[in-house]
Design a protein around this ligand. Structure first.
Ligand SMILES: [Ca+2]
Ligand SMILES: [Ca+2]
Ligand SMILES: [Ca+2]
Length: 491
C-alpha cells in the first residue's frame, strides 16, 4: 500500500481506520487517478501493478536502486498508455545504480525525469514498441567507461518516440541514442525529434556519435527511422555526429551548430537528408556537413554556412568507396565487407546552398572507387576561399544547373550549363544568406526532381525552382535554424 501513498489518502485512511476500527479496503488512487510514489521501492511496486491506463507520478526526490526499474511484458494501449512521469519537470532524479529497462512492452511513456545515474544505460527499450521517452534530461554521471545512454534494440522493436529531451554533456565513448535491432533487422519506424544534443568530446576516432542508427551488420535492413527538428550543438566527439548504418532513414529539419563532424550515410541505402541547417562559426576547426556512401541517397534543401571542415569533414561529400556493393546494392556481403565504405550509386545532391565555408561539394575524396551515376544539380556554392566544386574522383557524376562563385579555385573543368560562375546576389535575412530579388538563381534550376516541392524555409517552390536551398518567396517562413528555446524538456 505504501506505493499508493498520498497526503490526502493518508489523512483519509487514518481517519477512516480509526473511526471504522477495521480498515480492510484500501483506496488506491488519489483524486487525479494517478499513483504517487516518492521512493524507489514504491516505484518498483507501482510498476509491478501497472496496467493500461496507469499513471505513476514520481514526487520530487532521488530514485536509486540496484538492478534498476524493470518494465517487462507490460502493454498499454494508444489511448491508455502506462505513464511514468515526474510530478515536476526534472525534479525526480534517477540516480546512482538506477535505470529503466523496458522489455517486450508497448505504449509506455517515460516523462519529465532527470537522469544522473552511472554505469548503466539510462533507458533501454528491448523488443518494445510505441514507447515514448519524452521531456527527460540525460546528464549521466560518467565513470570513464563506454556507455549508451538510450538504447533501442531487440526483436520486433518499432514505432518508438524519443522527443523533447536534453542530452549532454558526454565525454565517455558511446552514443546518446543507439538504434540496434537483432542480428539481421534494425529497429523500425522510430522517431527522434525536438531533442537538444550538446557537448560531446573531446574527439575520439570512433564511438562517440550523438546518434547511431544501426550497425554495419544490420545495415542492409531498412529502419525507416526519422530524425527531425533536433538541435545539435558542439557535438565534437566523433567524426560523425550522426552515423546512419541502416536503410531508408529520413534526417530533416535539424540544426547542427558548431559541431566537429558530419551527418554520414555510413552504411545502408536510400537515405533522405533534407531541410537541415549546418552552421559553423567559421573558426572552430573540423565542422562539417554530410558524407555519403552506398546507394540511392537524396540530399536536398540543406543550408550550410561557416563550416571549416575539409577532407572527410568536408561540407558535402559524395565520397569514393573501398567496396563495391553493386548497382542493386544487395549482393551477399561478409561482415568484413559490410563494414567497408560502400561505393556510391545514384546519389542525387540537388538544390543545396553552401556559403562562407572551407569546402563546397566534393566528389570522390577518401577512397578509390568513384561514385556511379550520381547527380549534382542546382546547388549554390559561394565560398570566398577554399573549394567550390572539388572532384578528385568524379567518375561519371553529372553536373547541371549549379552556381559556384567566390573562390578562385575550381569550376574550371565545367561548362556554364553545369556550373555557372556568377554572383548569386545574396542578401542576409534572419541571419541566413538568401536570394535577393535580382538573384540570377531565381527560376534557374534545370531538370525534374519530383521530391523538390518546398525550400529550406518550408516555403513552396514557385514556377521553376530557384537554384540552391532557398526559394525567393513571400510566404511565411516555417523552418529556420533551431535554438535552445525550440527543443528540449522546456520547449
Ligand atoms: Ca563514427
Ligand atoms: Ca522559382
Ligand atoms: Ca525561401
Amino acid at each position: 500500500m505504501s506505493a499508493y501513498r498520498g497526503k490526502k489518502f493518508q489523512f483519509l485512511s487514518v481517519f477512516l481506520c480509526s473511526w471504522l476500527v477495521a480498515c480492510m479496503v484500501p483506496v488506491f488512487a488519489e483524486e487525479d487517478g494517478a499513483v504517487h510514489v516518492s521512493t524507489a521501492s514504491e516505484l518498483q511496486s507501482a510498476i509491478k501493478k501497472a496496467q493500461a491506463g496507469t499513471t505513476i507520478v514520481l514526487e520530487d526526490g532521488t530514485y536509486d536502486v540496484k538492478g534498476g526499474f524493470k518494465i517487462t511484458g507490460k502493454n498499454g494501449t494508444s489511448s491508455s498508455p502506462i505513464t511514468i512521469q515526474a510530478a515536476n519537470q526534472g525534479q525526480a532524479v534517477i540516480t546512482g545504480e538506477a535505470f529503466f529497462s523496458i522489455k517486450k512492452s508497448s505504449y509506455i511513456v517515460l516523462q519529465g525525469m532527470s537522469f544522473t545515474n552511472t554505469g548503466n544505460t539510462a533507458v533501454s527499450l528491448d523488443g518494445s514498441s510505441h514507447v515514448q521517452v519524452s521531456r527527460n534530461t540525460f546528464a549521466l554521471t560518467e565513470n570513464g567507461k563506454a556507455l549508451k545512454w538510450v538504447y533501442v534494440y531487440g526483436v520486433d522493436s518499432h514505432h518508438n518516440l524519443i522527443d523533447h529531451n536534453e542530452f549532454g554533456p558526454k565525454h565517455d565513448l558511446g552514443n546518446f541514442i543507439t538504434f540496434g535491432g537483432t542480428n539481421t533487422q534494425i529497429s523500425q519506424y522510430d522517431t527522434v525529434e525536438y531533442n537538444y544534443f550538446h557537448d560531446t568530446g573531446p574527439r575520439v576516432e570512433n564511438g562517440l556519435e550523438a546518434i547511431r542508427v544501426g550497425t554495419s551488420t544490420v545495415s542492409m535492413s531498412d529502419a525507416f527511422d526519422t530524425i527531425q527538428y533536433n538541435l545539435f550543438e558542439n557535438c565534437d566527439g566523433d567524426p560523425e555526429f550522426v552515423s546512419v548504418k541502416s536503410g531508408h532513414n529520413t534526417v530533416r529539419y535539424n540544426t547542427f551548430r558548431n559541431s566537429q563532424g558530419v551527418l554520414s550515410a555510413r552504411h545502408g541505402h536510400g537515405q533522405s537528408y533534407y531541410g537541415n541547417f549546418f552552421l559553423g562559426d567559421g573558426v572552430k576547426p573540423g565542422t562539417g556537413g554530410i558524407r555519403l556512401y552506398a546507394n540511392d541517397h537524396k540530399v536536398y534543401n540543406n543550408y550550410f554556412e561557416g563550416l571549416t571542415g575539409t577532407g572527410a569533414a568536408s561540407t558535402l561529400l559524395i565520397d569514393g568507396g573501398d567496396y563495391d556493393g553493386g548497382t542493386d546494392g544487395d549482393a551477399p556481403a561478409t561482415s568484413e565487407e559490410l563494414a567497408k565504405h560502400w561505393r556510391v550509386y545514384r546519389a542525387q545532391v540537388v538544390n543545396n546552398t553552401i556559403v562562407n565555408s572551407a569546402t563546397g561539394i566534393s566528389v570522390g575524396q577518401s577512397y578509390q572507387l568513384a561514385p556511379v551515376d550520381s547527380v549534382v544539380a542546382n546547388n549554390l556554392v559561394m565560398n570566398s576561399k577554399g573549394t567550390l566544386y572539388f572532384e578528385p574522383k568524379p567518375g561519371n557524376t553529372s553536373f547541371a544547373g549549379n552556381i559556384g562563385y567566390g573562390s578562385k579555385l575550381s569550376n574550371a573543368s565545367h561548362s556554364s550549363s553545369e556550373i555557372q560562375t556568377i554572383d548569386p546576389l545574396l542578401t542576409t535575412a534572419n541571419g541566413l544568406q538568401v536570394l535577393s530579388d535580382t538573384s540570377p538563381a531565381i527560376d534557374a534550376s534545370v531538370g525534374d526532381y519530383f521530391f523538390i516541392t518546398g525550400d529550406m524555409d518550408g516555403q513552396t517552390r514557385s514556377g521553376i525552382s530557384d537554384v540552391g536551398a532557398d526559394e525567393s518567396s513571400n510566404e511565411a517562413v516555417i523552418n529556420r535554424p533551431l535554438t535552445g528555446a525550440d527543443v528540449g524538456p522546456k520547449s
